[in-house]
Design a protein around this ligand. Structure first.
Ligand SMILES: *[C@@H]1O[C@H](CO)[C@@H](O)[C@H](O)[C@H]1NC(C)=O
Ligand SMILES: *[C@@H]1O[C@H](CO)[C@@H](O)[C@H](O)[C@H]1NC(C)=O
Ligand SMILES: *[C@@H]1O[C@H](CO)[C@@H](O)[C@H](O)[C@H]1NC(C)=O
Ligand SMILES: *[C@@H]1O[C@H](CO)[C@@H](O)[C@H](O)[C@H]1NC(C)=O
Ligand SMILES: *[C@@H]1O[C@H](CO)[C@@H](O)[C@H](O)[C@H]1NC(C)=O
Ligand SMILES: *[C@@H]1O[C@H](CO)[C@@H](O)[C@H](O)[C@H]1NC(C)=O
Ligand SMILES: *[C@@H]1O[C@H](CO)[C@@H](O)[C@H](O)[C@H]1NC(C)=O
Length: 265
């Protein structure tokens, strides 16, 4: 038993160096010449993509009012650029335009409890200052893109209560700043999990010691559907306090030593 754990650890390490697909993160154009007019343009593009605003909340999102006074918008004191966009609980329906990637000083993006739908544009990955993403309880769909692993300061990542599908991208487990990951109540799955469970059960049968390595390989494969291609034994997320994955179609298992690498969990 101890021996197979040891072999598994070796395998996970091998996985780290051999099997991980490293997402090349799209570097933002944050250094480009932008100003508050850029932010205004991005938010007006968002407004143009909002098809439902039953309480007419965005009425003062217009050029006659200064952007920093728009409802749901907060500007940072230092740069006088949009730092917080909070459209939570506003009953809005719409999609997210790529222009939001122009809000280069954005720190918090809160869209909770609306009816935003569609997929997320990759331009959002330009938002290098983001610390909080809150897209909970909307109707977003598609896979969780790999570029979610490219936010160097991200602390809280909430996509719960949407229709995201596919597997969990390994890149998000590479963010040492993350404190909260909540992907619950989506349709995330490890489609190959059931087949691999069966393979594992076959491998469980009394196997000669020479085949232990093979067995460890099966165990590694079993983890893949759960946590993407992450060799859980090697990631280092000392800040992570919350990992919430309930209400999905995930199967497989979690490694025994998960807590060693997630000391704050
Ligand atoms: C993880 O982060 C390191 C350092 O920030 C980076 O070099 C590496 O490419 C990242 N790996 C993935 C899978 O994103
Ligand atoms: C922002 O920059 C554009 C050109 O880059 C300029 O036309 C505009 O007046 C600037 N806005 C402010 C508020 O400085
Ligand atoms: C914009 O609308 C919000 C809510 O309706 C209000 O609190 C805010 O004062 C308005 N801003 C201006 C400049 O009228
Ligand atoms: C975001 O806006 C909603 C609705 O106005 C409000 O209830 C909530 O407290 C705001 N959240 C933050 C963190 O300001
Ligand atoms: C904002 O973003 C859009 C779409 O991503 C882009 O076409 C446009 O050039 C950007 N505008 C500015 C002022 O940066
Ligand atoms: C937020 O959305 C969830 C799921 O649709 C719902 O159960 C909850 O009542 C909503 N909360 C508020 C304050 O609207
Ligand atoms: C893990 O991350 C913490 C905080 O980011 C850092 O201080 C520590 O050196 C890292 N440990 C390893 C083994 O990379």
């Amino acid at each position: 038993m101890e021996r197979s754990r040891f072999l598994l650890s070796i395998l996970l390490l091998l996985g780290h160096y051999g099997c991980i697909y490293v997402a090349k993160s799209t570097l933002g154009t944050g250094a480009a010449q932008t100003n508050i007019t850029t932010d205004q343009g991005a938010l007006l593009a968002l407004k143009a993509h909002i098809t439902g605003d039953p309480e007419n909340i965005l009425v003062n999102w217009s050029a006659t009012t200064s952007v920093c006074n728009w409802v749901g918008v907060t500007c940072g004191a230092r740069h006088l650029r949009v730092s917080v966009l909070n459209l939570s609980y506003m009953g809005l329906t719409g999609t997210i335009p790529p222009n939001l990637g122009n809000l280069s000083f954005l720190v918090e993006m809160r869209f909770r409890n609306n009816s935003f739908h569609g997929t997320l544009p990759h331009e959002l990955s330009y938002l290098r200052r983001l610390k909080l993403i809150s897209f909970g309880y909307n109707n977003f769909m598609g896979i969780i893109p790999l570029w979610f692993g490219s936010f160097p300061k991200l602390q809280s990542f909430n996509l719960y209560g949407n229709q995201f599908s596919g597997s969990i991208p390994s890149t998000i487990f590479n963010l040492s700043t993350l404190q909260v990951i909540d992907l619950s109540e989506n349709q995330l799955s490890g489609t190959e999990g059931t087949k691999r469970n069966r393979e594992l059960n076959n491998a469980e049968r009394d196997v000669p010691e020479v085949q232990q390595f093979q067995r460890a390989l099966y165990m590694h494969k079993l983890l893949v559907p759960v946590l993407g291609h992450v060799p859980v034994g090697v990631f280092n997320m000392s800040s992570l306090t919350t990992l919430n994955l309930y209400g999905n179609n995930l199967n497989g298992g979690l490694p025994d030593n998960i807590c060693q690498h997630l000391p704050s969990l």
